[in-house]
Design a protein around this ligand. Structure first.
Ligand code: GCU
Length: 412
């Protein structure tokens, strides 16, 4: 019998002294006990083993590609953001020969008066693309948004989380899709999601054994990148994928599956994202499954209350990104997402980065709030609450300048 939310929350650990002793399995140990000795063995043998493990046990298998996909530009504004940008609203259509189809709407800002092609930021947003820009003439997508109203009132309410003007000023394109377009974020969102297009008439329970909503959102990011690669003003090989919170979990998983994402940004991704499960600090497996069961494959719930027995932890997920640069960001008051667990996962993933001759993240203790650590595995702790703020973006832009604009050797 599953426990009530109240019971689950009663047992949440928010006191560092209650964190159990735990053992972190090294990503470099093969299932059969052998040890990875070099980057070749990692890339060709161990990485696929871990990726397959995550697909089977955590986020599910990537959905297939649609039989057909095409894009439709539904609006263009050539003098956007005070005439500094071109704004396009694009409907990405997906269709199957079985007659099913879905679409997702992208907002794309491209800087003007600059040499093309430019690098691009890509992320998913929570409440519809009209909510993330301060321009008030973006169309409102008529798709379901669980728990939200699609009105003019929420226009621009999360614009601060996107920093489009600053991206443009610095010479980056920036694109977003609303995650609900891909999988409406509720436990029974399966049929309307992209899975309903691939598996018409199949019960959700069956699909949930092999797939998850995070897997669908990650798929959406890859298909969005397919489109960006076709935009002449954009250099799709210089794409940063980013996400906040559940969408930070998604950004990590998207980049684990799709190595075209060159820079990976996980903002306050917490449990099921960058944070270590085994610390069981803040949100734990039982709490997250109880809150949003669709985020993970059905079998993942076997780890509820059994973090100590997990044969892996989230430093493995981060190690799947090596040697590509990744930034893990936390917020000091975001105890629910466990900043220390997010930082530690970066530290422990670093042994895989070192196989490639690059330094990862060093240290045992969280750096003070406001201090940025740069490198192949970057980190910062922002003072404040669970959110994605301009201060976080300052770090992301700095890293993009290093890894996307100047094309550091790390990316070779
Ligand atoms: C909840 C959930 C987190 C998630 C967050 C979000 O707080 O418990 O796991 O990251 O929502 O996505 O906003």
């Amino acid at each position: 019998m599953s426990r009530t939310r109240e019971e689950i929350l009663r047992d949440i650990i928010s006191d560092e002294s209650k964190v159990p002793h735990y053992h972190l399995p090294s990503p470099l140990d093969f299932d059969d006990g052998r040890r990875v000795e070099n980057a070749f063995e990692w890339v060709n043998f161990r990485r696929p083993e871990i990726l397959d493990f995550y697909r089977r046990e955590v986020y599910g298998y990537p959905p297939p590609r649609p039989d057909r996909s095409w894009s439709e530009i539904i609006a263009v504004k050539n003098n956007a953001l005070d005439n500094n940008a071109i704004r396009r609203e694009i409907r990405l259509h997906f269709a199957m020969d079985n007659g099913e189809s879905r679409f997702m709407d992208m907002i794309l800002y491209i800087p003007k008066n600059i040499r093309y092609p430019v690098p691009v930021f890509l992320g998913l947003c929570f409440n519809g693309i009209h909510t993330i820009t301060d321009e008030d003439d973006v169309h409102i997508t008529e798709l379901e948004r669980p728990g939200q109203n699609k009105t003019d009132e929420n226009r621009g309410c999360q614009a601060y989380r996107w920093q489009f003007r600053e991206a443009i000023r610095r010479g980056y394109a920036s694109a977003a899709v609303c995650y609900h377009d891909i999988f409406p974020d509720r436990a029974d969102g399966w049929e309307k999601s992209i899975y309903g297009m691939f598996y018409p008439g199949i019960e959700c329970e069956k699909i949930h054994c092999r797939h998850s909503s995070i897997g669908a959102w990650a798929w959406g990011l890859s298909l969005a990148l397919d489109y960006l690669e076709t935009v002449p003003e954009i250099d799709g090989s210089r794409t940063a994928v980013h996400g906040h919170s559940r969408l930070g979990k998604t950004a990590l998983w998207a980049a684990a599956n799709d190595t075209r994402f060159r820079l990976v940004i996980s903002n306050d991704s917490g449990c099921g994202g960058a944070a270590l499960f085994k610390r069981v600090f803040g949100e734990n497996v039982e709490a997250i499954i109880n809150y949003m069961p669709q985020w993970f494959v059905a079998g993942f719930e076997k780890y509820s209350g059994r973090e100590a027995e997990m044969p892996f932890d989230q430093h493995w997920l981060i190690s799947l990104l090596a040697p590509r640069p990744v930034c893990i960001a936390s917020a000091s008051e975001d105890w629910w997402a466990d900043p220390k667990g997010e930082f530690s996962a970066g530290v422990h993933a670093s042994e895989v980065y070192r196989l490639f001759g690059v330094d990862g993240l060093a240290g045992e203790n969280l750096p003070p709030a406001g201090q940025k650590i740069n490198g192949a595995v970057s980190y910062h702790l922002r003072a404040g609450k669970h959110d994605q703020m301009p201060e976080d973006w300052q770090h992301y832009f700095e890293l993009a300048d290093i890894f996307l604009k100047n094309r550091s050797m790390l990316q070779v």
